[in-house]
Ligand binder design. Structure first.
Ligand SMILES: Cc1ncc(COP(=O)(O)O)c(C=O)c1O
Length: 360
């Protein structure tokens, strides 16, 4: 479609064009209901079908079995920083965290604020979060271990998830859920703000193993109570109806691309193209250690900040938007989620090479 830029923003982020077109086509009259999804009651049969289909596809993409429940909540991934300890912490069993960057820190700070005394068992803070910690020991008595799968700001990502034995593994997958295959059975709980790889802002995906639901007590705020939302199929109160509908469409889009393996293959190719361009010259410098590089957010520096500013502004003029690094770290960040087409990455790589030629 004409006039659409290549959107490298970290989130809200680019969505598949075919999904946007379907939303547009169905907007005024959703499947013959005579009204828009934006106007539809969340207690209607039509909306029930939308939620059920979105749940089903969310499970199907990665093969989550019957022992998992999908919830569509509100409040963003940030709400889960509080919801996780409130629901899952057990008396006398410590909550444990691995600190891999700004979002992990926020999760830890929230648990602290709520009085859970989170234990940080590993951190890469001393190396400015340029890698994922390589060794750590989880307390076998822990309530859970919390990790952040992909560090959107620092451009690092767990390449393999740790084995935590009987200790429930809880993972913030906000910026890489559905970018690659993983073994779903490793996880007790996964959460993600949808607005990067899975849909629009305003809907928060929680995938929880059913035995964890027994931990939610009545005395926590209802809006954060996993058990109550599971019993009501995410419809305890008015949900983000539109957001859930779009998440369902994005999941179907992944399945239509050939499923998670096909999507992973192209994601690997896209990220390798940029990393190869960075590694092929001294002009660009990768900020993430090789063994921890993210497939979703590629972060790099140029020789100086003036050149970085020029890079971002000329890229924007060339229709490549959203490349400015996070304000806390600077530099350049190319967020290349599932819906970023290969053509967008090809255009970025060409732009990088030309920019170096002129300014190098
Ligand atoms: C890894 C990660 N966790 C949490 C968040 C916070 O998400 P939200 O804005 O949905 O609360 C973000 C946002 O960028 C993120 O990248």
């Amino acid at each position: 479609m004409e006039n659409r830029v290549f959107n490298f923003n970290p989130g809200p982020a680019t969505l598949p064009l075919s999904v946007l077109e379907k939303v547009q086509a169905e907007l005024l009259n959703y499947q013959g209901e005579g009204l828009s999804i934006l106007e539809m009651s969340h207690r209607s049969k039509a909306f029930d079908d939308i939620v059920n289909r979105a749940v089903e596809s969310t499970k199907k993409v990665m093969g989550f079995g019957d022992q998992y429940t999908v919830l569509f909540l509100q409040g963003g991934a940030t709400s889960q920083f509080a919801a996780v300890p409130l629901n899952l912490a057990l008396e006398g069993k410590p909550t444990q965290y691995i600190n891999t960057g700004s979002w992990s820190k926020k999760a830890i700070a929230e648990a602290q604020k709520l009085g859970f005394e989170p234990q940080v068992i590993a951190s890469s803070a001393e190396d400015n979060f340029s890698h994922i910690p390589r060794s750590f020991t989880v307390d076998s008595n822990a309530s859970y271990l919390h990790i952040t799968s992909n560090n959107t700001i620092f451009g690092t990502q767990w390449q393999d998830y740790p084995d935590t034995g009987e200790v429930p593994l809880v993972c913030d997958m906000s910026s890489d859920l559905y970018c690659r295959r993983f073994n779903p059975n490793k996880f007790a709980l996964i959460y993600a703000g949808a607005q990067k790889n899975a849909g629009p802002a305003g809907v928060t995906i929680v995938i929880i193993r059913n035995d964890m639901l027994e931990r939610s007590h009545d005395d926590i705020p209802t809006i954060l109570n996993y058990k109550i939302f599971a019993e009501k199929n995410s419809l305890y109160n008015t949900p983000n109806c539109f957001g859930i509908y779009v998440v369902g469409l994005v999941m179907d889009w992944i399945l239509g691309q050939g499923g998670i393996d096909a999507v992973e293959k192209i994601n690997r190719r896209k990220s390798e193209m940029i990393y190869e361009t960075i590694d092929g010259t001294d002009f660009f410098r990768s900020t993430a250690a090789r063994d921890s590089r993210s497939m979703m957010n590629v972060t790099f520096r140029l020789p100086n900040e003036d050149l970085e500013k020029k890079f971002v502004s000329e890229a924007t003029e060339a229709g490549l938007v959203g490349l400015k690094g996070h304000r806390s770290v600077g530099g350049i960040r190319a967020s290349i989620y599932n819906a970023m087409p290969l053509a967008g990455v090809e255009a970025l790589v060409d732009f990088m090479k030309n920019f170096e030629k002129v300014n190098g």
